[in-house]
Write a protein that binds this ligand. Structure first.
Ligand SMILES: NC(=O)c1ccc[n+]([C@@H]2O[C@H](COP(=O)([O-])OP(=O)(O)OC[C@H]3O[C@@H](n4cnc5c(N)ncnc54)[C@H](OP(=O)(O)O)[C@@H]3O)[C@@H](O)[C@H]2O)c1
Length: 339
């Protein structure tokens, strides 16, 4: 990876422009075929390549992912690990989660995450989802107290509106906001995806859809961290839905159903055409576009394979032209809600 760094919020801490999303190593994507040894090798290869921004959450495998990331990075206390809390697993086998962000629960969750990670301080801790039964000020205030106690270095939010971000920021600085952002999901920029699910929020879904959160982060000195920047694999133009394992959550995800996939091919057709012109891959063009969304934007593509990791890191060397960017920005909305 070309040596380049970006600031994490306004903390003064510089990190690699592309982080590594570790969720799929434990949760969501074909868990029956997960392989901890291979996943740890991917994490260590990423470190060797200069990646120093790793993303996990307590809920990913109910602690499994945090333990895995903690083990893989045991000898590297210098790299940034971001984790999240405020969602708890009710049933691991069915991925049933619920929002739980009372101060007491967050205190317990933070202690558990520290123990899973094997670290005495958590670098970046996100409120994974706002709990509608708890005032955001109470959840965020409890997390701010844990910063004062030296348990957490910096705080972030995930899937919030600009109004929620401002409410939190008034109490304690928001260092990063992590929400879904990719060529087929522009909600965090205030550009609605077709099929956006406006029903009341469930545990996994967005808490609100509201505002241009990416610009809010730029205006407030925070990083924006695009999750699923490869559209959960769709934008790599290499997903064969028929071959997904039964326990892969995309099997039932609306955007991966045959009709939506057929409709959404116009997106990958454009991405592939631009990629070919740059002698790059669709994954690289998708990540280059995400990197172009701001100087403090830190995409976290996920992968379980060293080959995909290396390919994705190559995105840093892809320079899209103004014409490419205009064409990619102009892609119409995707069919199918994202959860
Ligand atoms: N805050 C939240 O609520 C939230 C929600 C979801 C995710 N996240 C975070 O965001 C991270 C990234 O999201 P994600 O993993 O769901 O989606 P993603 O990064 O958009 O895509 C991951 C998928 O793409 C495949 N892939 C990666 N690179 C590829 C390449 N070069 N060629 C072909 N396929 C490739 C991966 O398979 P292989 O393993 O085979 O490469 C995997 O199936 C997660 O790991 C997690 O840390 C956060």
């Amino acid at each position: 990876m070309t040596k380049m760094v970006r600031e994490l919020g306004t903390t003064g801490r510089m990190v690699s422009p592309l982080g590594l999303g570790c969720m799929g190593m434990s949760w969501g994507y074909a868990e029956s075929s997960r392989n901890d040894a291979e996943s740890m090798a991917v994490i260590r290869t990423a470190v060797d390549q200069g990646v120093d921004f790793f993303d996990t959450a307590r809920v990913y495998g109910d602690g499994h992912n945090e333990r895995l990331v903690g083990r893989a990075l045991k000898e590297r206390p210098d790299v940034v690990i971001a984790t999240k809390g405020g969602l708890v697993v009710d049933d691991l086998s069915t991925h049933t989660m619920r929002r739980e962000a009372t101060p007491d629960s967050l205190r317990r969750q933070v202690d558990e995450s520290m123990s899973h990670l094997g670290r005495e301080i958590i670098d970046l801790y996100y409120l994974h989802r706002v709990d509608p039964t708890v005032p955001l000020e109470d959840s965020w205030g409890a997390l701010a107290d844990m910063v004062s106690q030296g348990k957490i270095r910096w705080l972030g939010l995930s899937e919030v509106s600009t109004v929620e971000a401002a409410r939190a920021h008034a109490i304690h600085p928001v260092t990063a906001i992590q929400s879904e952002l990719s060529l087929w999901t522009r909600d965090a920029q205030g550009i609605a995806s077709a099929g956006h699910d406006l029903r009341p929020a469930t545990a996994g879904s967005a808490s609100t859809s509201g505002g241009d959160v990416v610009s809010w982060t730029a205006d407030h000195g925070a990083s924006f961290v695009p999750f699923a920047p490869l559209g959960r694999g769709f934008l790599t133009d290499s997903i064969d839905v028929g071959k997904l394992d039964d326990d892969d959550f995309r099997k039932t995800n609306p955007r991966f159903q045959p009709e939506a996939m057929e409709h959404n091919r116009f997106i990958t057709a454009t991405v592939r055409r631009i990629a070919t012109a740059h002698d790059a891959s669709p994954a690289q063009v998708s990540l280059a576009w995400a990197l172009g969304q701001g100087p403090r934007v830190l995409p976290i593509p996920g992968t379980r394979t060293p080959r995909h990791l290396m390919e994705n890191l190559g995105a840093i060397d892809v320079s899209l032209s103004e014409t490419d960017i205009a064409e990619l920005d102009g892609l119409g909305p995707a069919q199918g809600s994202r959860y």
